[in-house]
Design a protein around this ligand. Structure first.
Ligand code: HEC
Ligand code: HEC
Ligand code: HEC
Ligand code: HEC
Length: 139
């Protein structure tokens, strides 16, 4: 009986928590996706799983009137990466080895750089998350 009460209290709390978080939070987008679907090197991307250990602003941002990167803030419109990372909008822009006027550069500059930075973390070490086939299916 005690267990039953504790359990229903817990689920009640969880309902409240999820209601208040849906009121506050932005549309989280799809749970799973394939970035570059149908292209030469599609990359599988568990979007929801990443939201558990990183923030929206680790990946999403906008652009200001001067064409500079605008940090993510709550309520900011989330657009497709390729709507800016294409050869018209960000022509000639680079970040290190990454050409930001391509989707490859945006994907590698964001996804691959983080995977490289975290590859030796105890929690993920065994997975070798910096390998190409973490994201791109083996040919
Ligand atoms: C953490 C994820 C990740 C890893 C690791 C990764 N990539 Fe990618 N890669 C992407 C994403 C995202 C794109 C952009 C997909 C798209 O929109 O075409 C991409 C794009 C590419 C493209 C361009 C395809 C095209 O259509 O122009 C090539 C080539 C590529 N990757 C090769 C590699 C190779 C080789 C490795 C290993 C050295 C690698 N990638 C590792 C995520 C990754
Ligand atoms: C690890 C990187 C990463 C994180 C963290 C992340 N996203 Fe995303 N999200 C992406 C990528 C990549 C796409 C696909 C964009 C594209 O298709 O060009 C996407 C797509 C979306 C879309 C769909 C956009 C569209 O027009 O199709 C929404 C909405 C979204 N994300 C919301 C969020 C919110 C809200 C958060 C934080 C709670 C978040 N994302 C966290 C990388 C991320
Ligand atoms: C509204 C336009 C816009 C959208 C949408 C956008 N970006 Fe960007 N991004 C920029 C601008 C502007 C810069 C800075 C370019 C410069 O001045 O060098 C930038 C820089 C970057 C950089 C290099 C700097 C850094 O932060 O590491 C990466 C990587 C990147 N974007 C990846 C992405 C990814 C991945 C997505 C989709 C999830 C995305 N961008 C969506 C405009 C955009
Ligand atoms: C902020 C850092 C960060 C960014 C940005 C990021 N990732 Fe990850 N990703 C991780 C970490 C850390 C893991 C391992 C999570 C775990 O095992 O619990 C992971 C796991 C994955 C996995 C599952 C690997 C497996 O075998 O379980 C895939 C696929 C993946 N990421 C693809 C991508 C793609 C594609 C992008 C860009 C659109 C991206 N990631 C951006 C940190 C990041």
């Amino acid at each position: 009986m005690k267990k039953l009460i504790a359990c229903s209290l817990l689920s009640l709390c969880m309902v409240f928590a999820s209601v208040s978080s849906t009121l506050a939070a932005a549309d989280p987008g799809p749970a799973d996706m394939t970035v570059g679907e149908g292209g030469k090197k599609p990359a599988k991307f568990p979007h929801k799983a990443h939201q558990a250990f990183s923030t929206c602003g680790d990946c999403h941002h906008g652009m200001d009137a001067a064409g500079k990167q605008l940090a993510y803030s709550d309520g900011q419109e989330i657009k497709k990466c390729a709507s800016c990372h294409n050869e018209k909008v960000l022509a000639g822009k680079v970040k290190g080895a990454h050409k930001l006027d391509t989707m490859k550069g945006a994907g590698h500059g964001n996804c691959q750089e983080c995977h490289k930075a975290k590859k030796n973390d105890e929690a993920y070490k065994a997975k070798k998350i910096d390998k190409c086939d973490t994201c791109h299916a083996k040919e």
